[in-house]
Design a protein around this ligand. Structure first.
Ligand SMILES: Cc1ncc(COP(=O)(O)O)c(C=O)c1O
Length: 501
């Protein structure tokens, strides 16, 4: 068939089948340029992917890929099959800016690669640094009680290490991590989390984020489909998108990720990202049946499971559930852990437990990205674990967070007149306050921000609109009197946004 130039009638866009760039990239670039130039105004409805593919004489994959990328970057709104419109720029980020803490918004830079533009998109912008620390307005998401951290013990170990062993830690180190830390981690993970590992299978990385990024880049090729929990963790999605993955949202119900739905949508996905212990953000625990189904799928298809066990230490009722990785006979699970929640986020230390046979590749990958995590901090952390401070801290924080979670539930039930439904705070550092059906959670969150309360809308963490809106309320870093006060302010916002409806 002779190759001919294809045109989007409404915009005059033409694609060059003989061009150097793939057609989906050309279409993406033309549409993006038209949106940025205002030729396609916010709210403009684009043709369906099928219609446009026919119009242009290209495959539907071409139009789908271009639309998905534009949607991921915040240029387009809407879901496949439900109409696609041009978004209002700049689009909303995952964290609604809190008054006085607004994240800077900048349009994606036209000089960036497609991957760079995807990474720089507004939807991955995290909270600004000044919202990390003590004395914040309630209810910061994902922040542990950094003021209750045993500073003295940490400082003592740090000073001792700097005095006695810094000399030996100044040169380049093993990319896989400081050996005594890997040994301590192997003992802790097999005892406390049921993880199958030896120190040789542990790779120390710069927090869970660096581990997710490394795993995604090592395991996925551009365009590879990856299942992500929906709603789910934007940090993981960002890492997957940065690796070129095509996100496949898979719904989460009370048993965790719906594996059968994933199999219906994209059975040949290369990877599934899951938070089985405490699903982020809704907090459910993945059932054994689903865990086994997920492992069976991975074994059958050769896919990988990226298990993010980010805050599993914090379960207040019953015993913490063993990790999914401990059930993996076939070596399909990459286990990701972090000290961000259990100690403090600026430490930037996490770890991967990698299946046999992949450790060399992961270590080589680490060598090419971070080389290694700072050695002094790794050594301090190894001592902190070996000397029992870690275990004591976790026990103290469990009691503190359980009390704060219970106080938040009591305050919500007493003050909000049923406008916010809360189920439990049995685990983790935050809970979901479910709003009455048909309430716009972004509007409530914005109103709460006006009242000086941080409450992230659940829908900002979802790819498909959730059936019910909610507010994510972090309680771990909030002292009890401020919990009471925060709920009073939140109730005011709720009164304005939903009680009057
Ligand atoms: C689901 C999830 N995974 C991992 C992390 C921790 O990431 P990091 O170790 O990069 O700080 C977080 C923190 O917010 C999270 O919510």
């Amino acid at each position: 068939m002779p190759k001919r130039a294809a045109t989007v009638p409404a915009t005059g866009i033409t694609l060059d089948p003989a061009g150097q760039r793939p057609m989906h990239r050309q279409l993406y670039q033309r549409l993006r340029a038209a949106i940025l130039a205002g030729e396609l105004a916010p709210g403009t409805r684009l043709p369906s992917t099928r219609g446009l593919a026919t119009e242009l004489g290209v495959s539907r994959t071409t139009t789908l890929t271009a639309y998905e990328q534009l949607r991921d970057e915040g240029y387009l709104d809407g879901q496949v099959g439900a109409g696609t419109t041009v978004a209002q720029l700049p689009g909303p980020g995952p964290a609604l800016p809190v008054s006085g803490h607004a994240a800077p918004q900048a349009p994606p830079h036209p000089a960036l690669s497609a991957r760079g533009a995807a990474m720089a998109g507004d939807r991955w912008r995290l909270r600004p640094p000044d919202s990390f620390g003590a004395g914040l307005p309630a209810f910061p998401l994902g922040l542990p009680a950094v003021d209750a951290f045993p500073h003295q013990a940490w400082t003592r170990i740090l000073a001792r290490r700097a005095r006695r062993s810094l000399g030996g830690l100044l040169g380049y180190q093993d990319p896989a991590g400081y050996r005594p830390l890997r040994e301590a981690l192997a003992g802790y993970l097999s005892m406390a989390r049921g993880v199958r590992c030896t120190p040789d299978r542990i790779l120390v990385v710069g927090g869970a984020q660096a581990g997710l990024d490394l795993a995604a880049r090592l395991l996925l090729d551009p365009g590879d489909p990856a299942w992500v929990e929906d709603p789910g963790y934007y940090g993981a999605r960002g890492a997957l998108v940065a690796a070129g993955a095509r996100l496949v949202p898979v719904p989460v119900d009370s048993h965790g990720l719906d594996v059968a739905a994933g199999q219906r949508r994209e059975p040949g996905a290369r990877l599934a990202y899951v938070t089985p212990s405490h699903q982020f953000p809704v907090g459910v625990t993945m059932s054994l049946q689903r865990r086994l189904a997920l492992l069976a799928w991975a074994d059958l298809t050769g896919g990988f499971v990226l298990e993010d066990d980010y805050e599993s230490e914090y379960r207040y009722v019953g015993r913490p559930l063993p990790a999914l990785q401990g059930l993996d006979e076939a070596g399909r699970v990459i286990y990701v852990g972090s000290f961000s929640k259990v100690l403090f986020p600026s430490l930037r230390i996490g770890y991967l437990v990698v299946p046999d046979g992949l450790m060399d590749a992961f270590t080589a990958g680490q060598r090419l990205s971070q080389i290694h995590v700072p050695a002094l901090e790794q050594a301090v952390l190894a001592d902190f674990l070996a000397e029992g401070h870690f275990g004591r801290h976790v026990r103290r924080m469990r009691a503190l967070y359980a009390a704060r979670g219970a106080a938040l539930i009591r305050a919500i039930r007493r003050q909000t007149g049923g406008a916010l439904e809360v189920r439990s705070a049995h685990a983790g550092l935050h809970l979901v306050g479910w709003l009455p059906t048909d309430t716009d959670d972004r509007a409530v969150a914005a109103r709460a921000a006006e009242h000086g309360v941080q409450a992230q809308p659940l829908s900002a963490h979802a790819l498909q609109p959730p059936s019910r809106g909610g507010l994510l309320l972090g309680y771990a870093a909030v002292p009890q009197p401020e919990i009471e006060q925060g709920v009073r302010r939140l109730t005011e916002a709720l009164r304005q946004e939903c009680i009057r409806r």
